[in-house]
Design a protein around this ligand. Structure first.
Ligand SMILES: NC(=O)C1=CN([C@@H]2O[C@H](COP(=O)(O)OP(=O)(O)OC[C@H]3O[C@@H](n4cnc5c(N)ncnc54)[C@H](OP(=O)(O)O)[C@@H]3O)[C@@H](O)[C@H]2O)[C@@H](O)CC1
Ligand SMILES: Nc1ncnc2c1ncn2[C@@H]1O[C@H](COP(=O)(O)OP(=O)(O)O)[C@@H](O)[C@H]1O
Ligand SMILES: [K+]
Length: 511
């Protein structure tokens, strides 16, 4: 699903109004009706107090339409206008009249702190104060209003955006932003919904399709793409019946050191459970029995050294090399990694200490084969590209880095971001149960397993991150966030594939 900027959405609005020969008020009615339908589906006429806070722009206009539809269905609705300016939008005004005509009362105007209404724990608050039109931080009593709503224990549903959240920048410390429990957003999610610094304002999220011009949407270049089930299904290559293990490639997993052989077991299990035809590990001698015992399906080659890698043999006929998990940063390991980078023509996936070595010995970066997949978590990324001021600055810096190095970066997190050339893909599977030792090792194995099956590195990264998160979701369903461990994510990869291919999705999250 495309993620568009506020100005692209506004352009889509205008084109839709023109091409569908409708008014902007019709479009507002259509969008807000979708919100009403979602609320009605969940509340089923329940008699809880619904308190709707409307701004005076089009987000407020949406709030008024939602209020009217709820009133028409006999909900217990109270409407408040956060009357911060007289500059009301035309569609706000016409819906303001409609509310008056229906309820025979004007909604309550809030003009300052003294007007703040009582909000109780069981209230259902709808935030329709500001949407994508926000152009400066909230100030004065309006900021206090937002903080007041946040301080109530009421459930808050944000319309389009949590009020106070910009679509294209990170709020400053102390800025007032609605902390929504749920956000219903129109047509396209916004980039800030997925950034670590802003995702918490959004709560659970659902996109409502409001019928914007299809042709315009299909042609526009998005700022990023959200990867869900449908996108992942489009990337999947079914197996040919007339095939053998040689068709599914050979993964070489190189890494490990004394005490950290488990990372290799995890990555290699994941590569095989993702469908690699063969997996060979290259590890220090100390890991020989561990891997042979834990994973009889893998072949094992060992370094001359007992504790660490000092001389990786590269003459193996592998299709992809996955390097770095648990490998340490000893000088001799750095040397053999350098040789490996210089000599190999194979696609590579580099994780963990492999990335830390690249950060420490910057000159190695020039030897990375084109389209190498780097899989840093934020700390590893920071070592690699330096500090950033905020999440938007981080995106810019990653894009500069990948342009210079011609690599693919998989930035792991609650929403993993995949960067390739100018493109950003954002994953939408996964859960906090995956914040457990070794989940990243599993991901490297998954991506390598897909590359060995001839998926292009970018496709392998995008599909791999999706499946890894899905396997995490399936593991969480069975074992709970606390109970699941990274080995479960590797073991359940098969279920993630069958989920991808089945009619009904399991373990889906609200967004
Ligand atoms: N296609 C779609 O997605 C559709 C979108 N629709 C809806 O339209 C919404 C966008 O509406 P919008 O453009 O009228 O902007 P909105 O967010 O209501 O606020 C703008 C007002 O706020 C003001 N203002 C800004 N910052 C401020 C501040 N800090 N403090 C105080 N004031 C501030 C600014 O006034 P200014 O003072 O800058 O002149 C202006 O008056 C969108 O989110 C969605 O809900 C649907 O109806 C139809 C289909
Ligand atoms: N809260 C979360 N939601 C979704 N995915 C998560 C969450 N926390 C961690 N993950 C995923 O788990 C993996 C953790 O990787 P990493 O930090 O490298 O762990 P490790 O070093 O223990 O292997 C990443 O793929 C990340 O996206
Ligand atoms: K809002």
């Amino acid at each position: 699903m495309k993620i568009l900027t506020a100005s692209q959405i506004k352009e889509a609005d205008e084109i839709t109004i023109k091409n569908q020969n409708i008014s902007s008020e019709d479009l507002m009615e259509r969008a807000a009706t979708q919100v009403f339908n979602e609320i009605h589906k969940r509340l089923q006429g329940a008699d809880l107090p619904v308190k709707i806070f409307c701004g005076i722009g089009n987000n407020g206009g949406d709030g008024l339409v939602i209020a009217r539809l709820l009133m028409e269905h006999s909900y217990n609705v109270k409407v408040f206008i956060v009357n911060y300016s007289d500059n009301r939008s035309p569609d706000f005004l016409s819906n303001y009249d409609k509310i008056k005509n229906l309820s025979h009362n004007w909604p309550e105007l809030l003009k300052g702190e003294d007007d703040f209404p009582e909000i109780n724990r069981g209230d259902f608050v709808i935030d329709a104060i500001f949407g994508i039109g926000l152009n400066r931080p909230l100030e004065g009593w309006v900021a206090k209003m937002v903080n007041f709503l946040n301080a109530s224990s009421a459930f808050i549903l944000a319309i389009d955006m949590p009020s106070g959240l910009f679509s294209d920048k990170i709020p400053e410390e102390g800025d007032a932003v609605i902390m929504a429990n749920f956000t219903l957003t129109f047509q396209t999610p916004k980039l800030v919904f997925f950034l670590p610094e802003t995702m918490e304002f959004v709560g659970d999220m659902q996109v409502l399709e409001i019928g914007l011009d299809r042709d315009f949407l299909s042609k526009i270049t998005p700022s990023a793409q959200l990867i869900g089930r449908q996108e992942a299904q489009n990337l999947y290559n079914p197996r040919n019946k007339n095939s053998h293990k040689g068709n599914y490639g050979h993964v070489l997993v190189a890494g490990g050191s004394y005490g950290k052989i488990g990372s290799i077991v995890l990555a290699t299990t994941a590569s095989l459970r993702t469908g690699a035809g063969l997996s060979t590990v290259f590890i220090p001698k100390c890991g020989y029995e561990i891997v042979q015992t834990a994973l009889p399906e893998a072949m094992v080659l060992t370094d001359a050294n007992y504790e660490m890698l000092t001389d990786i043999k590269t003459d193996l006929d592998a299709d992809v090399i996955c390097f770095g998990m648990g490998v340490g940063r000893d000088k001799s390991t750095v040397e053999t990694f350098k040789e490996l980078l210089k000599e190999t023509k194979k696609p590579m996936v580099i994780d963990a200490d492999g990335l830390n070595i690249l950060s420490e010995y910057n000159e190695l970066l020039q030897h990375l084969p084109e389209n190498t997949v780097l899989t840093p978590h934020p700390k590893e990324l920071q070592r690699l590209i330096g500090e950033w001021t905020d999440d938007f600055d981080k995106i810019r810096k990653v894009q500069e880095f990948i342009k210079k190095r011609k690599v693919i970066v998989v930035l792991k997190g609650a929403h993993t971001f995949i960067f390739e050339q100018e493109n950003i893909y954002i994953n939408n599977t996964g859960n906090p149960g995956m914040a457990t030792a070794g989940s990243g090792d599993v991901l490297s194995g998954v991506i390598a397993g897909l590359i060995s099956q001839k998926y292009e590195p970018l496709v392998a990264a995008v599909l791999g991150v999706y499946l890894h998160g899905k396997s995490g979701d399936i593991s969480a369903e069975k074992l709970g966030y606390e109970g699941m461990i990274s080995g479960d994510i590797a073991q359940n990869m098969g279920l993630a594939f069958s989920d991808l291919l089945s009619e009904k999705e399991n373990g889906a999250r609200a967004d």
